[in-house]
Design a protein around this ligand. Structure first.
Ligand code: ADP
Ligand code: MG
Length: 596
């Protein structure tokens, strides 16, 4: 008979684990409990929810179960059966390892656990309330574990009041459930909400899982991606370009069976689709990367949805090439010559022995080359003036008179900066001995974001539509938009509504008419996740993202120059509204290092 397995981590190990709040909302509990069930080797996992998780979150699994001693230990902080030493953190193959989830959950709820190991005749029932053990008894129960979490945050009213509407909280729960279910297609998952069955997913292969979750139609709309290199193994599916959506679409990215957010690698995917998608469309993808655990760090974020890769740039290249390959093989990009992709030549195959290191370039995030010498303060009219060249609103009238002042700005006229556009993506500037390589899309995104936020406080500059733009939307989506009507108006979107459509009568000057549909789809998506109060900055981000000059767009020299100048008038030109770096900087010493 097996002994007890859960141990307290020694302090020096515990202290190296990314600290942070594990339990933010019901969906956090769902994620932790389901992941524990997966780690326990369950082949069937059932999730039962009441009131979007406010009154009940229960997970029932048929996994290993726990001994009477272990179940008690499981609720101690830093108690885990999954790691023992610091080194173990770098070779994680389980979902959990922090030994914190159960303790954190039990501290803010009423938890009833029933569990039995295969080798035990009787199981054990443990009741904990606000972290205090109330009761522990032997109990007759099936093999596996059931953990019921009731009245989350009952003892922390501030947190309880902070929860969003049931609709928003339930949406988050569904997201977490889907992510684990998609990462473990061989496990059966079931979900009930207020006694209605929401998911019934029988274990199978990945394609079957995708079809079960997203519907039969998807099965005919995806193509497989399969690539095996020494650095990373990639498999999964991407949507055929014709199913690309105007809204976010289904985008799932997993590393070692863990759902991960990575804006950087998302770009690799979008890049692979290149010109296959109409502007503003988003590809769907379900991609799974397998990387040796020592080559990634999953310990940088408490919820473990962000990770660091040792070979990020190389993975970018491999990923992009793998997807191009699939799109090419399925004759979706007839002109694509995969073997000629110069990047591909550098990727070692699974049998290649050589180790490849990318040159490293460091980014000083506080560096603003223009602040040292600059004494000009930007006038709002400057900011409005410059970016106007992207608007070819031919059939639109610019209503506001201010717009005419836009071209009068004299700023920078006497100090021409040489800006070179490279690859239609980057702007290269030599500034006082530093070489700056600026991402044109992110730079413009940042400028526009500041502008949208700023314009709101003043009067938004609008273009009146001669013919209102009509959107056909579901009742639910129209309802959502109506709730934020005044916020939309403050940005310059004047909307009206009839039985089936929404009419958009005016839009901000910095938004192009052809982007409006995708902007509104993004707004609607975002409304699922934010209540009205938090929505304004999200709207500004969406507007900036959709209106910013895209990668691959050629700029005239004056346009490139203006973009750079406007960027460095900002207080913080370093990061995009989505938190991505906008430029890299290099000095001769950096170059010498690379050339060594
Ligand atoms: P972690 O998952 O990081 O180890 P948790 O607090 O989530 O920390 O769980 C603590 C321990 O409790 C786990 O290491 C595991 O041994 C045990 N445990 C938790 N949930 C289950 C379960 N459903 N079945 C079996 N053991 C479990
Ligand atoms: Mg856990």
């Amino acid at each position: 008979m097996m002994g007890d397995i859960i141990q307290l981590l020694p302090d020096h190990v515990a202290n190296q684990i990314a600290a942070g709040e594990v339990v933010q909302r019901p969906s956090s509990v769902v994620k932790e409990l389901i992941e524990n069930a997966v780690d326990a080797g369950a082949t069937s996992i059932q999730l039962i929810i009441k009131d979007a998780g406010r009154s009940l979150i229960q997970v029932i699994d048929n996994g290993n179960g726990m001994s009477a001693t272990d179940v008690r230990m499981a609720f101690e902080r830093h108690a885990t059966s999954k790691i023992r030493t610091t080194e173990d953190i770098y070779a994680i193959s389980t979902k959990g390892f922090r030994g914190e989830a159960l303790a954190s959950i039990a501290a803010v709820s009423q938890v009833e656990t029933k569990t039995r190991r295969n080798e035990d005749e009787l199981g054990v029932q443990l009741i904990i309330e606000a972290g205090e053990v109330r009761n522990q008894d032997p109990v007759v129960c099936v093999e596996g574990t059931s953990i019921a979490v009731r009245n989350l945050f009952f003892n922390v009213p501030a947190r309880r009041n902070f929860l969003k509407s049931n609709q928003v909280e339930f949406r988050h729960i569904q997201d977490e459930f889907q992510r684990v279910a998609l990462a473990h297609e061989s496990i059966s998952f079931y979900m009930h909400h207020n006694d209605a069955e929401i998911y019934h997913l029988k274990g199978g292969n990945l394609k079957q899982r995708l079809v079960q979750v997203f519907g039969k139609k998807l099965g005919t709309q995806i193509i497989s991606v399969d690539e095996d290199t020494e650095i990373v193994k990639i498999n999964g599916f991407v949507g055929k370009p014709e199913i690309a959506k105007k809204s976010r679409g289904e985008q799932f990215f997993f590393v070692n069976n863990r759902y991960i957010k990575s804006g950087y690698l998302h770009n690799a995917i979008v890049d692979a689709f290149d010109n296959l998608l109409p502007s503003g469309h988003q590809p769907s993808y379900f991609l799974y990367l397998d990387i040796e655990p020592s080559k990634i760090d999953i310990n940088i974020h408490p919820t473990k949805t962000e990770i660091k890769f040792e070979d990020e740039a190389l993975i970018y290249t491999i990923l992009r090439a793998a997807i191009k390959h699939s799109l090419g093989q399925f004759n979706i990009t007839p002109s694509l010559d995969f073997d000629q992709d110069p990047n591909w030549a550098f990727i070692p195959s699974a049998t290649d022995e050589t180790e490849i290191k990318m040159p490293e370039i460091s980014v000083d995030s506080s560096f603003n080359p223009f602040l040292q010498t600059q004494s000009r303060t930007p006038k709002p009219s400057d900011i409005r003036a410059t970016m106007d060249f992207y608007n070819d609103a031919v059939e639109l009238e610019i209503e506001n008179n201010h717009a005419h002042q836009l071209f009068e700005s004299e700023a920078f006229k006497n100090e021409k900066l040489e800006v070179i556009q490279w690859q239609n993506k980057y702007l290269i500037v030599d500034y006082m001995g530093e070489l700056l390589i600026i991402d044109q899309h992110r730079a413009h995104q940042k400028i526009l974001f500041e502008k949208f936020i700023h314009a709101k406080k003043e009067n938004a500059l609008v273009q009146q539509m001669l013919f209102p733009i009509e959107l056909e939307l579901s009742t639910q989506d129209r309802q959502k938009l109506i709730q934020v009507e005044h916020q939309l108006l403050s940005f310059g979107f004047d909307i009206s509504l009839d039985e089936e459509t929404i009419q958009i009568n005016s839009i901000p000057v910095d938004v192009q008419q052809e982007d409006v549909v995708s902007v509104f789809m993004d707004f609607i998506d975002e409304l699922d996740y934010h209540d009205e109060l938090a929505i304004e900055s999200s709207f500004a981000k969406i507007l900036a993202k959709n209106s910013a000059v895209k990668k691959g767009v050629g700029l005239k020299p004056e346009q490139a120059q203006t973009l750079v100048e406007e960027l460095f008038k900002l207080q913080n030109p370093n990061y995009s509204p989505y938190g991505r770096p906008i430029f890299v900087q290099m000095n001769p010493t950096d170059i010498e290092k690379i050339l060594q």
